[in-house]
Design a protein around this ligand. Structure first.
Ligand SMILES: [Zn+2]
Length: 107
C-alpha cells in the first residue's frame, strides 16, 4: 500500500529554492519511493535531536528527513518528531520534514 505524502513548510520552501533546482527531480523521485515503501530497510532511525525520524540518502551528500506516521504513533515518537497534526493524519502518511546537505540537516 502506498502512503500519502505530507510536507512541512520547510520542506516545501526548499523544494522551491533555486539552490536545489539541480537535485529537485531526484528529491521528487525519492519521495515517491519512500511513499511506496515507508519502511524500507535502507532507511534508519536517527538519534539525538532527530530521534524517531528517519533519513534516506538521495546522494552521498544529500538526505531526506521524514517520518512514517503509523510508526510515529506506535513507537511514541510524535513529540520527538515534532510531528504536527500527527493524531489527525492517516496511518499511511509520510511526513517529509526537510532535506539538504548533511551539515544543513544536522544543524
Ligand atoms: Zn507523525
Amino acid at each position: 500500500m502506498s502512503c500519502n505524502p505530507a510536507f512541512t513548510e520547510e520542506f516545501s520552501e526548499r523544494l522551491d529554492d533555486s539552490k536545489y533546482s539541480n537535485i529537485r527531480h531526484r528529491i521528487i523521485e525519492k519521495i515517491k519511493i519512500i511513499c511506496e515503501h515507508p519502511s524500507i530497510p535502507k532507511t534508519y532511525f536517527l538519534h539525538g535531536d532527530l530521534e524517531g525520524k528517519r533519513s534516506f540518502w538521495v546522494s552521498k551528500k544529500i538526505k531526506i528527513i521524514y517520518a512514517y506516521c503509523k510508526l510515529c504513533r506506535r513507537l511514541g515518537h510524535i513529540e520527538n518528531n515534532n510531528c504536527q497534526d500527527c493524531q489527525d493524519m492517516d496511518d499511511e502518511t509520510v511526513v517529509f520534514f526537510t532535506f539538504g546537505y548533511h551539515e544543513e540537516v544536522y544543524s
